[in-house]
Ligand binder design. Structure first.
Ligand SMILES: Cc1cc2nc3c(=O)[nH]c(=O)nc-3n(C[C@H](O)[C@H](O)[C@H](O)COP(=O)(O)O)c2cc1C
Length: 529
């Protein structure tokens, strides 16, 4: 096995939470030391975007047939909407003197390690160059201007992670959460694009080093030590017609860039250091690759009864912090709609042209027509035999649905088990259902170490679909990064790392915390020019 894959398999093993001990992290948290969740680049010319909050007529149900949504013209208004609906603020919450922002994309611990950049190849939209999106102020900061422009007008979005922002709270396990957040951000970008009648191409072939150069992340003097950003992924916006997807011409443009500004300090003391995250990041570093996109014919999921617009659903998305354990059963139609929306041939996965590696093991607590118990949704039916032999031999594997590869494994009350294995969090048991996303693991990481990150991205995309689908069904979801890895595996009968549970999720009827005040997302900008 190559040494990078070994490093990542070891990283994964040592960052497992267990009933006996949590993965290594800071023992106490000094909230005064929390890193600034908003990165700013003083010294970069700001480019204001049109006022946020505009509603689009596209209904959430229209996203089932994205090819029928008329494409909006490229303009600062449409780009502003894209960035807002993907990464912008959705609300402020206040409790006593504490006030914090929520965004359209969720993030473990609300720490938001993900940063987003826009690259314009010509002067049509903005002067050709590289721009950082500052969601707090809903504006672009021009990091670089290109002297040359490309013959072909194109817009790219690049994503990166400030690992340390997440590690501040979660210590060694934080590298995993940063990758989940990238998956959520990719799906958030895809949904925002679909609202505009656009789509995205994820350029998985790109080398991390090239992405770092394109986004200016390798300009080490522009970032404070420990607050650097790691390159993650580059996407090309497909606006009017399907254009070529190579990123190579960008490198020539980037060679003509003149850069401005420096990243402001995140205003924290860096009391703890987690070198194992740097080791994992180095091991998962991606060279340029030849990718063979996995193709599948897309089809709409099972129908939704949601009459809201897509932008409403995106802006109202929140994580439930508590569920009503006495909720009426979730309607079967809503449950199966959600499952059908996370299948790899559903529209949300049109951008993810990668063989599905992740399946859902579902603890059904309160779903009409289903006996409570443990179930599985196979996202790739060809994995059936492998999963059957990797999991408990006593599982029944009784197919439950005509259109979906959804099987009952074991009937019974799994509420207490779901809660216990989810770090004792009641959100896993008071819900309609909670689930573990089980990935084909060691072989994938051995084949290419950077696939370690991709497995988490796939889970994050699934999580984002579930968040929005839950809102559309009138319930609410929450991502669960805190779970006892090997206790989950024990319940499933998994005895080695061929398959591993990489992310959990729960959906139910939320209980609002009446002590919290909710404020509009961008009122702080009103009155500013
Ligand atoms: C990868 C990931 C892991 C998360 N893990 C947990 C968790 O274990 N428990 C929990 O209550 N919330 C969890 N959350 C929810 C976050 O705390 C929430 O997204 C964040 O506070 C922002 O709030 P919002 O989702 O309402 O915008 C997780 C979210 C993500 C994206």
């Amino acid at each position: 096995m190559n040494p990078q894959s070994t490093t990542l398999l070891n990283y994964h093993q040592r960052t497992k939470h267990s009933l006996q001990r949590y993965a290594k992290g800071p023992e106490t948290i000094d909230w005064e030391d929390q890193p600034d969740p908003f990165r700013r680049f003083p010294g970069c010319p700001p480019v204001p975007l049109p006022a946020p909050g505009q509603n689009l007529p596209v209904r959430f149900a229209d996203l089932d047939q994205p090819q029928n949504i008329p494409a909006q013209a490229l303009s600062l208004t449409s780009i502003g909407l894209l960035l807002e609906l993907a990464f912008g603020l959705s609300a402020w919450k206040q409790y006593g003197p504490s006030r914090w922002a929520l965004r359209c994309n969720p993030s473990s611990g609300n720490l938001h390690p993900t940063e987003a950049y826009l690259i314009a190849t010509d002067n049509y939209l903005v002067p050709a160059g590289v721009y950082h999106y500052l969601s707090h102020d809903h504006l672009l900061e021009q990091r670089a201007q290109f002297t040359d422009t490309a013959a072909e007008s194109a817009v790219f979005i690049g994503l990166s992670s400030v690992h340390w922002r997440e590690a501040w709270k979660y210590g060694e396990r934080a590298f995993r959460y940063c990758q989940h957040d990238i998956g959520h951000a990719l799906a958030a970008l895809r949904y925002a694009a679909a609202c505009l009648g656009w789509s995205i191409d994820i350029l998985l072939a790109a080398a991390d080093a090239d992405l770092a150069t394109l986004l200016g992340l390798d300009r080490h003097g522009d970032f404070k030590h420990n607050e650097q950003e790691s390159p993650d992924v580059l996407c090309r916006m497909q606006i009017s017609e399907q254009a070529a997807v190579s990123y190579q011409p960008l490198l020539a443009l980037s060679a003509t860039a003149s850069w401005a500004g420096k990243a402001e300090s995140l205003k924290a003391y860096h009391l703890h250091h987690w070198p194992v995250i740097d080791e994992a990041a180095a091991a998962a570093h991606k060279p340029q690759t030849q990718e063979n996109p996995w193709q599948v014919e897309m089809r709409p999921p099972l129908p939704t009864a949601c009459a809201k617009t897509a932008s409403q659903i995106i802006r109202q998305r929140r994580s439930a912090q508590q569920f009503d354990g006495n909720m009426p059963d979730l309607a079967a139609a809503d449950f199966f709609r959600m499952l059908s929306a996370v299948m790899p041939d559903a529209p949300a996965f049109g951008c993810w042209q990668t063989l599905p590696k992740v399946h859902l093991f579902v603890f059904v607590h309160r779903v009409a027509g289903l006996t409570p118990g443990l179930y599985v949704l196979l996202r790739d039916a060809t994995s059936l035999a492998a999963l059957q032999s990797a999991t408990a031999s006593a599982f029944a594997w009784q197919k439950q649905h005509d259109a979906l590869p959804f099987y009952q494994l074991h009937s019974g009350n799994f509420k207490q088990i779901a809660k216990t294995v989810s770090c004792h969090q009641p959100i896993a048991s008071d819900s309609a259902f909670s689930l573990g996303m089980v990935a084909e693991f060691s072989a994938t990481v051995q084949a290419a170490p950077w696939h370690y990150r991709r497995l988490f991205w796939e889970c994050g995309i699934i999580g984002q679909v579930l968040y929005l689908e839950a809102e559309a069904a009138g319930v609410r979801g929450t991502g669960i990064g805190c779970y006892f890895d090997d206790s989950v595996h024990e319940i499933l009968g998994i005895t080695d790392n061929a398959w591993q549970s990489l992310y959990h999720f729960t959906v139910g009827k939320p209980l609002e915390d009446s002590r919290l005040q909710t404020l509009p997302p961008y009122s702080h900008l009103q009155g500013e020019s």
